[in-house]
Design a protein around this ligand. Structure first.
Ligand SMILES: Nc1ncnc2c1ncn2[C@@H]1O[C@H](COP(=O)(O)OP(=O)(O)OP(=O)(O)O)[C@@H](O)[C@H]1O
Ligand SMILES: [Mg+2]
Length: 460
């Protein structure tokens, strides 16, 4: 049951240490204050006894009274010495010893009527003592010295110490037990989570953690579960991605290999060889484009894709794109138009944004027939600018829309060699827009056309 592994041990030791210091302080204060008040009580009692002897003496001062007092004290724990004004002894309850002698020969000044303490050092001295003056007919007559042996007090204190030690041992053992239980309760979930993360790092994502409530431990356990899910998902995605890549690379390579093989033959026509070579050239170009795209995506993923954002006037930027893309449209018998207001500024990287526009317009050309129109327009909405790229092409089936931004996703899976891209364009577009803190949405209807909506923050 008791798990003495490192973390609970550490926790236990810290806790125990802290409690121990606290306990020591507490006990120290308690002990000194009990002892101090005990000594004070003893001294007050002693002094009160001296005062009552004084009262008796002042009432009827004679030999008999003196004797009576001495006899009384002889039977008590305390001792009395009554002296005259010059500290010559009238009577004492027992035989004086050196210590008492020393005390009564001590010079005393003006003593208050209710007496004062002469000795309170119970640890080092043999007696604690008080003195009370008494008067007969308004004249100072003498002093009543009261003594109490410190042996008794020391006995008392040592009994008290025993109690304290017993109490301390009891509290300590209770504390140790509590700490063991507490640290166990606290560290068990931690150890569980540690094991879970170890499993994760070994590639086993089947993390099974119980619900640990709403506190920090619960939060941590939930985070680990989410992490496990994410890792599982990522792992799945990665293997899917690798499968797609190898597939995508294999197709053009098969063409290249096949056509190269045929071109090697001596007996084929020169014009056919040329045709094959240009196919090889095309496929090689496609391959190298794809590899470049993949490289871009990898860089975007690692977030080390440098985006140099500058303030750009959107309309003139779009016009420059228009100039560059128009020939491709006219070549395919298509129309391209730009509609925008001047003085709309955005914070973008012009080079990267050109890549976005190029990918989208390239799709518009690839997936539209001739005699159709593609438009680029700009709408301002609150603090946002929405850039709309709309074509009148084939459109995308509803079932494909949710996956259209996925890597390697193509509607036409068969991919005829002249229209087929690699399916990376839109995923690059999406990553780039997100790197610009923007969003991209798509609306498409099969047979009617497709529109992309890019929202960006407008600069004031
Ligand atoms: N404007 C569009 N009209 C119709 N279908 C489109 C349009 N844009 C994209 N698609 C569909 O979405 C798929 C994915 O587009 P994406 O740009 O990511 O890849 P691609 O064009 O096939 O290849 P790449 O752009 O990498 O050369 C395309 O294969 C196509 O089926
Ligand atoms: Mg494309």
């Amino acid at each position: 049951m008791i798990n003495l592994n490192k973390i609970s041990l550490k926790f236990g030791i810290w806790f125990l240490g802290a409690m121990l210091i606290l306990e020591i302080f507490l006990f120290f204060f308690l002990h000194t204050s009990i002892v101090d008040s005990r000594i004070e009580e003893e001294l007050a009692a002693l002094q009160a006894r001296g005062n009552s002897h004084r009262d008796v003496l002042e009432n009827s001062y004679n030999e008999e009274t003196l004797h009576h007092i001495a006899v009384m004290e002889a039977n008590a724990d305390t001792e009395v010495i009554i002296t005259d004004q010059n500290q010559n002894i009238f009577i004492s309850s027992s035989k004086l010893d050196n210590e008492e002698q020393k005390i009564i020969t001590k010079e005393i000044g003006q003593v208050p009527r209710d007496g004062e303490t002469l000795e309170n050092r119970w640890k080092s001295e043999k007696y604690i003592s008080t003195v009370t003056p008494f008067k007969i007919n308004q004249n100072q007559k003498g002093y009543v010295y009261m003594f109490r042996s410190t042996d008794q007090i020391q006995n008392l204190i040592s009994r008290l110490n025993h109690h304290f030690i017993a109490g301390a041992i009891m509290i300590l053992s209770l504390m140790v037990i509590t700490i063991l239980f507490l640290s166990n309760a606290l560290t068990t979930p931690l150890i569980r989570m540690k094991r879970a993360t170890e499993k994760l790092s070994k590639g086993d994502f089947s993390v099974n953690l119980p619900d640990m409530g709403d506190d920090e431990l619960g939060e941590l356990s939930r985070s680990i579960k989410i992490l496990a899910e994410d890792l599982k998902h990522l792992k799945g995605e990665r293997s899917e991605f690798l499968a797609s890549i190898s597939h995508e690379l294999r197709t053009p390579l098969t063409y290249i290999k096949g056509y190269a093989d045929v071109s090697r033959r001596k007996d084929i026509d020169e014009s056919i060889r040329d045709q094959y070579l240009s196919i090889i050239f095309e496929e090689t170009k496609k391959l190298s484009d794809m590899i470049k795209d993949l490289f871009d995506l990898a860089k975007l993923d690692k977030n080390n894709f440098l985006i140099n954002r500058v303030e750009v006037e959107l309309c003139s930027f779009l016009h420059s794109i228009y100039e560059k893309m128009l020939p491709a449209f006219t070549e395919n018998g298509m129309e391209l138009i730009v509609e925008c207001k001047k003085n709309v500024n955005v914070n973008i990287d012009p080079m990267r944004f050109e890549q976005v526009m190029f990918n989208l317009l390239d799709n518009a050309i690839k997936y539209s027939n001739s005699n159709t129109k593609t438009s680029i327009s700009v709408k301002s909405e609150k603090e946002m600018v929405v850039l709309i790229i709309k074509d009148e092409g084939h459109g995308i089936p509803k079932t494909d829309l949710p996956y259209i931004f996925d890597r390697f996703y193509r509607v036409d899976k068969s991919r005829s060699r002249d229209t087929g891209g690699s399916g990376l364009g839109l995923s690059i577009v999406k990553e780039l827009i997100e790197a610009h803190d923007g969003t991209i949405e798509i609306k498409s209807e099969q047979g009617k056309g497709t529109a992309f909506f890019i929202s960006l923050k407008e600069l004031p």
